[in-house]
Design a protein around this ligand. Structure first.
Ligand SMILES: Cc1cc2nc3c(=O)[nH]c(=O)nc-3n(C[C@H](O)[C@H](O)[C@H](O)COP(=O)(O)O)c2cc1C
Length: 193
């Protein structure tokens, strides 16, 4: 299937490199769109090498989808996938989605994804951020829209040393969830929560 991966600025971005590799080995076609802050954690070149496709970083100077007649990249990218996974989803981009903001390539593409295409969101962050009332409110709001499948983070020892919920689920579990996702999506719990 055609799988679009959205990567934001979270410490777990490196795990999505493995997920990309797993997806390509399983025969999926993968394209990656990153927030500018995601590139502080993993270089776009890594995802380009692993996916074999250009990475979309800039709404205004993006990479065209090969074979697309659209000169407007965020629309052609939004129409391309069979399913979308955003992992890790930062507290910041979660907030943007809840507010309907589209000020970078990822949030702009997500806004334009057709209603029939499933979008799976995998938030990952420090436990205090995960427990923050604003993050809770944003999650509840997104769930109520019935547009996104939300994958709960796993509880573990996090990179910051804290122990608790906030970890990104195992890449193979996330891949299984997104390749099996249908629209309208259910709220799903990853293994190990
Ligand atoms: C070392 C480091 C690790 C971070 N890890 C996370 C994280 O796991 N989850 C998160 O929501 N924010 C994390 N942040 C904060 C985000 O990078 C920051 O909020 C950023 O603005 C997110 O941008 P984006 O949503 O546009 O990608 C981290 C920041 C640093 C410096």
């Amino acid at each position: 299937m055609k799988l679009l991966l959205g990567v934001t600025g979270g410490i777990a971005a490196y795990k999505v490199c493995e997920l990309t590799s797993l997806a390509v080995k399983a025969g999926h076609e993968v394209r990656v769109v990153m927030t500018p802050n995601a590139t502080r954690f993993v270089g776009a070149l890594t995802f380009e090498a692993l996916s074999g496709n250009p990475v979309l970083l800039d709404t205004f100077a993006g990479a065209p989808v090969p074979g697309s007649s659209s000169a407007i990249d965020h629309i052609s990218w939004a129409k391309w996938p069979d399913a979308v996974l955003v992992a890790p989803l930062s507290a910041n981009t979660l907030g943007k989605l809840a507010c309907g903001l589209a000020d970078d390539a990822l949030t702009t593409v997500l806004m334009a994804v057709p209603a029939v295409t499933p979008i799976v969101l995998a938030p990952a962050m420090n436990t205090a951020m995960w427990d923050h009332p604003v993050v809770r409110r944003n999650l509840d709001w997104l769930r109520a829209l019935d547009r996104y499948a939300l994958v709960d983070p796993v509880s573990k020892r996090l990179a910051c040393g804290d122990v608790g919920p906030g970890g990104l689920p195992d890449p193979s579990d996330l891949l299984a969830l997104v390749t099996g996702a249908t629209r309208p999506p259910p709220t799903v719990a990853a293994r190990g929560t």
